[in-house]
Design a binder for this molecule. Structure first.
Ligand code: TYD
Ligand code: MG
Length: 467
């Protein structure tokens, strides 16, 4: 019989180490490694004779497969992110910082589903029934048939779920409070969280209920983060937002049943989260079009165009090393744009502090924002506002070329809808509108193109939809 050896597991990323260390090699976090029971109570423990395997029937790739049955919440921003509703028999992890609004969002979803006649069970491990009721009252969900339980023990939860009619959707808030008798470690450790999540996933698969698991993102590493169970669930959604701002974004990170680049936008209020069906209007709401250093970026989030303002401030530095501060964008990319501007466009920023901010606390992940950033920087340096009716997009390469980006038509269509009349975009765009003509633009040296988008964008957009 093999001797049970202890192992050391990082509570943040789940990397297994043979000995304790202060810093995890896997994720670079400090003080996250703890001793762990390798079998974790799962799989019967060491020394058990493996049972003889059973051959399964192999099949082919083609064949009749039914569309996954879904539970639609009717909250369209949420349904969009899940790819059309929660899939029955699947498990979804909703991660996010503590206090970001996960419980609020899921209580609203539970209430909406319950009104639609679904049987919804909300298991709260963090808050007492009274607290959950209070929230439900605030959200106007108190008179719905959502069933509540305040419980953290996995076996008790499973027994509760198995009683009565099969639930359509189960919400576990949160996975970090789950603990099972079968695992020896303390609640909140990787082993406990994994065991609990595994049991919940098994319940979902067996009964066809949709399982929603809430997971707190942890910085301190005291409890296991959602990363350790990401690979076990069918979909991973992250709820994010800036604490200083009143809107929240639900982002898909993984989805076995739908697209992964969709976002849902919500606005916080005292009555809970409100859907924002046109995020561009929200992000451009407080725009001062006459300020130098501001460029409107026509971005895409999945299938949806989002217009946001990129703000730059360039000021002579008083320090030996100039400051570079970025909020909402990649700082390495900013350094790259600064280098390209210096090398190819004669824009010298070596003696300037550079601050870059994406309005509203929004975070841009697309390289297509390069051109907007470059325009904002040049505008701030020259202290000349950019044309207020123009949007910017395009990827800048190290050689100083502006590379085409995808979905030109959708970007232009959204810009036109919001009252913009021209766009600066890559000259080599595959889908340049008919009326597009080369003009000298804000950044000399970048081979970009400014086009009038009125009318032509509509034409182009139509052609796009048809194919
Ligand atoms: P909560 O949903 O409890 O966050 P999480 O479950 O992610 O930890 O929300 C945190 C706090 O914010 C809570 O006190 C309620 C408040 N809140 C609102 O007042 N309005 C809102 O729209 C949201 C989302 C939260
Ligand atoms: Mg909560």
């Amino acid at each position: 019989m093999a001797k049970t050896k202890t192992q050391f597991v990082c509570q943040n990323c789940g990397t297994v180490h043979t000995r304790w260390a202060g810093k995890c090699d896997g994720c670079g976090e400090w003080n996250t490694i703890v001793e762990d029971d390798p079998m974790g109570g799962i799989g019967g423990g060491p020394g058990k004779t493996p049972k003889k395997g059973r051959a399964v029937a192999l099949t082919t790739l083609s064949g009749e497969t039914e569309e996954a049955p879904r539970v639609q919440t009717g909250i369209s921003e949420l349904d969009r992110v899940t790819g059309g509703g929660f899939v029955r028999g699947s498990a979804v992890l909703v991660g996010g910082d503590p206090g970001i609004g996960k419980s609020t969002l899921l209580m609203q979803a539970a209430a909406a589903l319950s009104r639609g006649g679904h049987r919804i069970i909300y298991v709260s491990g963090e808050e007492a029934v009274a607290q959950v009721r209070l929230r439900a009252q605030r959200l106007g969900a108190a008179n719905t048939d959502v069933l509540l339980a305040a419980e953290t023990n996995v076996e008790d939860i499973l027994a509760t779920l198995a009683e009565g009619k099969r639930p359509d959707l189960v919400i576990i808030d949160s996975i970090q409070t789950l603990w099972s008798d079968t695992a020896d470690s303390a609640p909140g450790t990787v082993t406990q969280v994994r065991t609990g999540v595994q049991a919940m996933i098994r319940f979902a698969k067996q009964t066809g209920a949709a399982m929603v698991l809430v997971g707190h993102v942890t910085k301190e590493g005291q409890i296991a983060g959602p990363r350790v169970v990401e690979h076990m669930v069918d979909a991973v959604l992250y709820f994010e937002g800036d604490r200083g701002h009143h809107y929240r974004i639900l982002r898909t990170v993984k989805n076995r049943f739908g697209p992964t680049d969709e976002i849902g936008v919500f606005e916080m209020s005292d009555k809970g989260l409100r859907e924002v069906s046109n995020p561009s209007e929200l992000f451009l709401g407080e725009r001062n079009a006459k300020a130098p250093g501001a460029a409107v970026f026509a971005g895409m989030e999945g299938t949806r165009p989002v217009l946001v303002e990129v703000q730059a401030l360039v000021a002579p530095t008083s320090l030996g090393t100039p400051r570079r501060a970025v909020v909402g964008w990649d700082s390495a990319r900013l350094s790259m744009i600064l280098a390209v501007l210096e090398a190819h466009c004669g824009v010298k920023l070596g003696q300037h502090d550079v601050y870059l901010n994406v309005a509203g606390g929004y975070r841009i992940t697309e390289p297509a924002a390069d051109v907007a950033v470059a325009a904002a920087l040049v505008s701030s340096l020259a202290n000349v506002p950019l044309p207020s009716e123009r949007v910017y997009f395009g990827e800048v390469s190290l050689s100083g070329a502006v590379r085409p980006v995808s979905q030109t038509a959708q970007r232009l269509k959204e810009a036109e809808k919001l009252g913009f009349s021209s766009a600066m975009l890559p000259a080599s765009s595959a889908e340049i509108p008919k009326g597009g003509k080369k003009r000298s633009s804000e950044i000399e040296g970048l081979p970009d193109l400014v086009v009038e988008i009125a009318g032509s964008a509509r034409k182009l957009g139509k052609g796009q939809e048809e194919d």
